[in-house]
Ligand binder design. Structure first.
Ligand SMILES: [Zn+2]
Length: 431
């Protein structure tokens, strides 16, 4: 793990950093994402007994140490860095909360309530301390806790440390596959996948709004293999606000898509969620134009709506997501997505059903390539064949994390660029 040149540590501090390395891998973070910003150096209150940084004792009587971790490299990637710190703190809490003296980290996000552990329990440290820990994660442990943590993380096998859904079937997205959209209630990704759905449309909107897609939710969906589409809607009739409305909504949609890390070129579908009348199409068109201007070439404009709105959008070169509502039983064959049914229950959530009509829909993770690979502690052809039979494939986007975990567990990896290459190596057709 990288560290600031000023960092000074003792032996216990070094052991905490080694633990942090394991937590980083388990949190699916790359090596460069998290680094050590402070140990026994720096200003952490009066020495020698003002802080665990300079050594105190735990309740168990053994001596303590504290290390600070950070991620903020530069302002350009601030959001990502903040998410990395959140992921690291969350993983630490999940794995080691009960054997941690102090964990202190505050995030700007709405999908956590801060990470504050004292003597193994959730606590609150007060506003000043919370504020002082927005740009780093403070961790303190006693020697006995470190020993217990080393044992706990050692006993985790490489395989079980894999992100739960890194391993998926050799899934290739295709026209005709089923998808979902939903707002406030979310079904678990596993439940949706098992029910046969393969893509999900999720909301961006003006904040605060609980229907907005969160980063952790997005990560879980992508990891499970879903393609994810972005859909802007605040008010059903947003688009009657014309060009200026499109500019405003588009600017916020752009900001949120970027914050999520959405790849350039994706579509953001803007909702015309009412029965658009002939006399209202002009206002909608102006709105789309305003949105397109605001997206600044980063993302493409799509339109959700009934036949009249979506056909007008497709005529204008935008992408289209047509709902059966307000369509009189007629589909525009050019539409990229169809919404075919509203308001049924899946895993306790109210959801709508959709169907993918084009691989050019501009969804995140949508590709017609067979982008899976085999992985594992593979030794020889027999093991490869066995792995094939066991369907141990991994999506390319999970590959760096999977590779790190396997290598740290002493695994030997065999990588293939395509199914054909794999079949060539095996000298037979893959199962
Ligand atoms: Zn600290």
């Amino acid at each position: 793990m990288r560290r600031f040149s000023t960092v000074e540590t003792g032996r216990l501090g070094e052991r905490i950093i080694k633990l942090a390395e394991k937590v980083r891998v388990r949190a699916n973070l790359a090596e460069k994402d998290i680094y050590v910003t402070s140990g026994m150096d720096g200003d952490h209150g009066p020495r020698p007994h003002g802080s665990h940084h300079y050594g105190l004792h735990g309740k168990d009587g053994s001596r303590s140490a504290a290390i600070d971790f950070g991620a903020l490299d530069d302002s350009e990637h601030q959001k990502k860095d903040e998410r990395d710190m959140q992921a690291f703190a969350r993983q630490w809490e999940k794995d080691l909360a009960d054997i941690t003296l102090e964990l202190i980290h505050t995030t700007p996000f709405r999908d956590d309530s801060g990470f504050y552990i004292k003597e193994g329990k959730r606590t609150s440290y007060g506003a000043a301390t919370a504020k002082a820990h927005r740009n780093h994660i403070h961790v303190a442990m006693s020697e006995k806790q470190v020993t217990a943590a080393e044992k706990r993380l050692r006993s985790t096998s490489a395989r079980s440390a894999l992100p739960k859904h890194a391993v998926s079937d050799w899934w290739t997205h295709h026209v005709g596959e089923k998808g979902l959209d939903y707002s406030f209630d979310r079904p678990a990704p596993d439940a949706s996948w098992k029910a046969g759905y393969r893509f999900v449309m999720r909301y961006l909107s003006w904040r605060p709004n609980d229907k907005i897609l969160t980063k952790s939710e997005l990560d879980a969906l992508l990891k499970r293999g879903f393609a994810v589409g972005l859909n802007w809607e605040f008010d059903a009739s947003d688009q009657l606000r014309g060009r200026e409305g499109g500019r405003k909504d588009g600017a916020e949609a752009l900001r949120q898509a970027r914050a999520l890390g959405a790849p350039k070129g994706l579509t953001i579908y803007f909702s015309a969620d009412w029965d658009v009348q002939r006399g209202q199409v002009a206002a909608c068109k102006a709105y789309w134009k305003g949105a397109q201007e605001a997206l600044a070439g980063q993302y493409r404009v799509g339109v959700y709506g009934g036949l009249r709105a979506v056909s007008a959008a497709l005529d204008g070169g935008y992408r289209g997501w047509q709902t059966f509502a307000w369509s009189g039983g007629e589909w525009d064959k050019r539409a990229h997505i169809r919404q075919t049914r509203n308001n049924f229950k899946l895993d306790g959530a109210s959801v709508d059903r959709n169907e993918l009509r084009s691989l050019d829909a501009g969804l995140w993770g949508l590709s017609d390539e067979e982008d899976m690979m085999i992985f594992g502690k593979v030794k020889g052809k027999a093991a490869v064949v066995k792995a094939l039979q066991d369907h141990t494939y991994v999506d390319m986007k999970d590959w760096p994390a999977v590779k790190r975990v396997l290598e740290s567990g002493g695994g030997r990896l065999v990588e293939f660029d395509s199914k054909e290459q794999l079949e060539a190596v095996l000298g037979k057709k893959a199962a």
